[in-house]
Design a protein around this ligand. Structure first.
Ligand SMILES: Cc1cc2nc3c(=O)[nH]c(=O)nc-3n(C[C@H](O)[C@H](O)[C@H](O)COP(=O)(O)O)c2cc1C
Length: 352
């Protein structure tokens, strides 16, 4: 991959702590239209930790051999940890790109001057891009947030163009401010403005819940690609629905079938996708990484906690998952929940 636009599919998953792991990537990738390709993130990886970790068994860096176009996300601002992390991720782990987190708004990131705090220091932010680029033989991207009321959109454009001059190959914008965290309306106009005023591919993110939202963001902002997090985790078949809209072939294993359309069909598909999520979490976290059953169960529970809001009776599912003490109970409880017809909701408040 020379740049993200070399890959033909205009939707990608967002990096999400505790969620964007190998099991979720596999569930979603199985809904990819035939011959479609996109890039795949990891959750954010602390550059101070990556150099000393076993990348093959740490849950955050577990990957499968079938995976390609992996673009792990790093968090950090120091030369040596970034250098060592990037070299390991590219040379040992097989990253095809490196994404730099400049959007994380948590207190710890603010204290250490990485994540979104880098957006307040253009010179240093550019330096972090240069540090990364110098050690990466693959493209480098940056994921940013919106500018707040104290800054103007021209300032955002100037900021991004400085990162591009420092070597950023593409930019992802989640146009909510640090104060908004993940709630409230995303300001898509800032995506439009970046696309109009910057020379590299722009990925838009925020307020995507359905395939119609994906198409609307592509048309109204002109962005090169859309990134979706919570809703794509809940509706992994959005990949298939989008493929149909674009005239692509059904995913492998779904030949001759149509993607779910009604909210009842989506409810049933959620149940099937969750069963896969359970199988893959058990396989990767316990069998491959040797983690405890408890950790693998917690991964599934967190997935349900984030995505249950799209199910009409999601709270009951969450309780059924929370009480399971092992994978055998979990499968029984989930199967029982989906014995009666379940219905999804098109939109939620996006409060999680
Ligand atoms: C549980 C959770 C964890 C997240 N962790 C990260 C992260 O590690 N790195 C990052 O850049 N953004 C992170 N985000 C933000 C998402 O990447 C995305 O920008 C945000 O959720 C908006 O997109 P969405 O509405 O499609 O979910 C996280 C979001 C959620 C819900």
């Amino acid at each position: 991959m020379r740049n993200v636009t070399d890959l033909n599919f205009p939707l990608t998953l967002a990096p999400m702590v505790g969620l964007t792991h190998v099991a979720l990537r596999r569930v979603i990738s199985e809904y990819m239209p035939l011959n479609a390709s996109t890039h795949w993130p990891t959750e954010m990886l602390n550059s101070r930790r990556v150099p000393g970790e076993n990348l093959k068994t740490t849950p955050e860096t577990l990957r499968d051999d079938f995976e390609s176009n992996l673009v792990p996300q790093i968090l950090g601002n120091e030369q040596k940890p970034i250098e060592d992390s990037v070299k390991r991720l590219v040379n040992e782990w097989g990253a095809t790109g490196i994404d730099i987190n400049m959007g994380c708004p948590v207190q710890k990131a603010l204290k250490h001057n990485y994540g979104v705090s880098l957006m307040g220091d253009v010179g240093y932010a550019a330096e972090v891009v240069r540090m990364t680029k110098k050690n990466a033989t693959v493209p480098v991207s940056v994921k940013l947030r919106a500018v707040g009321s104290s800054q103007s959109v021209p300032e955002l454009i100037k900021f991004v163009n400085t990162l591009i001059d420092a070597g950023a190959d593409w930019i992802t914008l989640h146009p909510r401010t640090a104060e908004q965290k993940r709630r409230g309306q995303a300001d898509w106009n800032q995506i439009t403005e970046l696309k109009k005023n910057c020379t590299v591919p722009i990925i838009g993110n925020g307020d995507i819940q359905t395939v119609e939202d994906v198409l609307e963001m592509l048309t109204t902002t002109g962005c090169d690609k859309v990134m979706a997090g919570r809703a794509l985790a809940a509706r992994p078949w959005m990949m298939w629905q989008l493929g149909e809209k674009l005239g692509l072939e059904a995913p492998a294993g779904f030949e001759g079938r149509k993607a779910p359309v009604t909210l009842e069909e989506e409810g049933a598909e959620y149940g099937r996708a969750l069963m896969k999520m359970i199988d893959y979490s058990e396989h990767y976290f316990m069998s491959v990484a040797g983690a405890s059953e408890n950790l693998a169960l917690r991964k599934v529970a967190f997935y349900v906690r984030t995505t249950h809001v799209w199910l009409q009776f999601g709270h009951s599912l969450m309780s059924a998952v929370a009480v399971a003490k092992n994978f055998s109970d979990l499968r029984i409880n989930v199967a029982r929940f989906f014995e009666s017809e379940q219905c999804m909701m098109q939109k939620t408040e996006l409060r999680q």
